[in-house]
Design a protein around this ligand. Structure first.
Ligand code: MSP
Length: 640
């Protein structure tokens, strides 16, 4: 067993929680839950950043003290985390004594050792962001001198010898590729460092700002908010207050951050730690931004997504699932309710919902509500068993590789695989025709697949998966990976309950723009791609199940000169599809060909005939040829 210490940024207590905050916190929660599931001892820290000018101004505007102000606003974050099922082990507030005293001890120690020194500063200061800025940030044209928020100041201040650590930091980052992730963010930091690194001003005179931690060696100053805030990652786990706890958790395994706070975390924080004399965190991981279409979410544009409104509308678990499955970690993703609905309906309402209701309904209808004893396994069963165990294992790998979207796509694949398995075995027919042994086997295998998949999805959708697992008779508690990595843990005789609809379908209004999107099959996200090229994510592609199929027979469709009706075999499953190829192929030349079909297309009625899939063909002008497989392969194979 190993330990896992994960942190989120501490959020500005003045802000209203939005999807950006919710995303980082849900991500940390999901990682923490997967590590607990894997048996790791886990510590998950979040909290709030409560000092600074904006807090002071907001308190003044309300006519309350800054402390009263933060005490009333911090509740917004605490409540949201509770509603979103966040299982943090600790919530730190920078106004707590346990934090304040440690910041002061660190400052005193650095000052005593000459790492912090006093100097006169003469230059530009941005009052809004509370940072010193350079000449080029001052918009001379606009105001004939400076922007309204940038003022010229000459004052005495305290500086941290950050520049001294530049060469060390460059080397450390180059020697430790996992330190800053993803790779392109590492390069961003290196680029920044190579331009040179100044010392960091870590004080603010009380005449300008007094809501902060007083410098222990000069009571005319408070500490710069970022220097104060970053220390939370060590003050919360007992640095200089509880050695045993600190030794247990530090260094952190993951600091999760958004890409906008990369420099503070990958330059300020490591140099501070180095000066303090502490080891570096293992990985600082910067995720991308949630955009509205192509635009940044911002309060001024009024396009900020409120996480609570969405999770109340569609359920906390569906919201958590969407955020994790939709964003390839590290990149930006665009948020839209259509994208949410599409993913919800496909992965949850259709695929998982079908699997769950089929298993529970059939066990209730034909086995007195008890999981039956399986008979001997055939090839189909063995394939399903292997697919489940592989997806479970790969989900954990995707956690360590920070590719949750990939792991979840794999689990969705197994759900579809199980539905396909049920369609091949047709247990409803087996039950009616008295083929009890095969029926029992197929029910056991599908139920066991459900046990594993629901267990592996539990960290992402704890509420719904607990309900599902309770219905399946395996208990509502968070499962352990040990039980999910082994097939056959579901005891025959286990009582299941009647299915409840865990993911009711969201009905969408197909109108205007949505309709075109639905028709062309182009995901909304693609619309945000650059230069008119419809780029899709891998996960979009992974939702299309391409398989090899063998044509068994072909016939003409009465009254439709372009259509043929084909009997095909997809890995032992007989299907029928209508194909518009009659002008290019005769019925006799088709049988025996191994073609490629879209196997998870919703069945459709064409000219009154049921069509279960779509074949792929290449065309150019008037020509059309089928996409076939080069060489001999059994049907039902995966095409990638
Ligand atoms: N208080 C500092 C962090 C100090 S950590 C020692 C801070 N707070 S914040 O509340 O402004 O932002 C917290 C996080 O939310 C950042 O990681 C930021 O990237 C993230 N997000 C804010 N908007 C976002 C999106 N639209 N999308 C994804 N995350 C974004 O910065």
């Amino acid at each position: 067993m190993s330990k896992f210490y994960v942190t989120t940024p501490i959020y500005y207590v003045n802000d209203k929680p939005h999807i950006g905050h919710a995303y980082t916190t849900i991500l940390a929660d999901v990682l923490a839950r997967y590590h607990r599931l894997a048996g790791d001892e886990t510590h998950f820290l979040t909290g709030t950043d409560e000092h600074g000018l904006k807090v002071q101004q907001a308190a003044d505007a309300r006519g309350v003290t800054p402390q009263e102000h933060v005490d009333s606003t911090v509740v917004r974050f605490q409540e949201v985390w509770q509603r979103l099922d966040i299982t943090h082990d600790d919530f730190i507030r920078t106004t707590e004594d346990r934090h304040r005293t440690i910041v002061q001890k660190i400052l005193q120690d650095l000052y005593d050792r000459g790492e912090i020194y006093a100097a006169d500063y003469d230059g530009w200061y941005d009052v809004t962001s509370e940072t010193f800025v350079t000449e080029k940030d001052v918009d001379v044209n606009q105001t004939g001198g400076s922007t309204p928020n940038i003022i010229r100041i000459t004052e005495r201040n305290y500086f941290f010898r950050m520049g001294y650590y530049r060469d060390w930091l460059i080397k450390y980052i180059e020697d430790n590729p996992l330190f800053i992730q993803p790779d392109f963010r590492r390069n961003e930091t290196l680029g920044f460092l190579k331009k040179g690194l100044n010392d960091l001003c870590i004080s603010r005179p009380k005449s300008r700002l007094n809501w902060g931690i007083e410098l222990p060696f000069d009571s005319d100053f408070v500490t710069y908010v970022w220097f104060d805030a970053l220390v939370n990652y060590i003050s919360a786990v007992g640095y200089l207050s509880d050695n045993a706890t600190f030794e247990k958790w530090w260094p952190a395994n993951y600091h999760l951050i958004g890409k906008d706070i990369l420099t503070t975390h990958t330059v300020y924080w490591p140099t501070m730690l180095k000066a303090i004399g502490l080891p570096m965190p293992q990985t600082i991981f910067a995720h991308g931004w949630w955009l509205m279409g192509k635009d940044k979410m911002s309060k001024s544009s009024g396009n900020v997504v409120n996480p609570l409104a969405l999770s109340e509308k569609y359920g906390v678990d569906a919201f958590r699932y969407f955020l994790m499955a939709e964003m390839p970690l590290g990149q930006d993703a665009s948020f839209s309710e259509e994208a949410f609905t599409r993913r919800y309906n496909t992965d949850l309402a259709n695929d998982l919902g079908n699997m769950l209701s089929r298993v529970l309904k059939l066990v209730n209808a034909y086995c007195d509500g008890r999981i039956p004893e399986p008979g001997p396994a055939g090839n189909e069963e063995e394939a399903l068993r292997q697919a489940c165990l592989k997806a479970a294992q790969e989900m954990l790998v995707s956690v360590t590789e920070m590719r949750l979207d990939k792991g979840l796509a794999g689990l969705s694949g197994v759900v579809r695989e199980t539905n396909r398995y049920l369609e091949v075995r047709q247990p409803w027919t087996l039950a009616k025709t008295g083929q009890t042994e095969l029926f029992n086997t197929s029910m056991y295998y599908a139920a066991e697949a459900l046990r594993i998949v629901s267990g592996m999805l539990h960290p992402v959708m704890p509420g719904k998966m607990s309900a599902l697992r309770q219905a399946l008779g395996v208990g509502a508690d968070a499962p352990a990976y040990d039980t999910l990595a082994v097939w056959g843990q579901l005891a025959p005789g286990t009582a299941v309950t009647k299915p409840e609809s865990l993911f009711p379908r969201i009905e969408t209004k197909v109108a205007g723009k949505d309709k075109t999107e639905a028709k062309s099959g182009t995901p909304a996200k693609a619309a945000s791609s650059e230069e008119g090229v419809a780029l899709i994510e891998y996960t979009d592609f992974a939702r299309v199940e391409l398989r090899t199929a063998r044509i068994v027979a072909a016939e003409k469709v009465n009254g439709a000169e372009k259509l043929l009706y084909l009997d095909i075999d997809v890995g032992g499953e007989a299907r029928k599809i209508v194909a518009g190829i009659a002008q290019h192929y005769t019925v006799d030349e088709l049988p025996g060909k191994t073609i490629v079909i879209v196997a998870n297309l919703k069945p459709a009625k064409i000219r009154g005939l049921k069509s279960e899939g779509m074949l792929l063909a290449a065309s150019h002008g008037d020509q059309l040829r089928l996409v076939t497989v080069d060489g001999v392969l059994p049907s039902g194979g995966t095409v990638r």
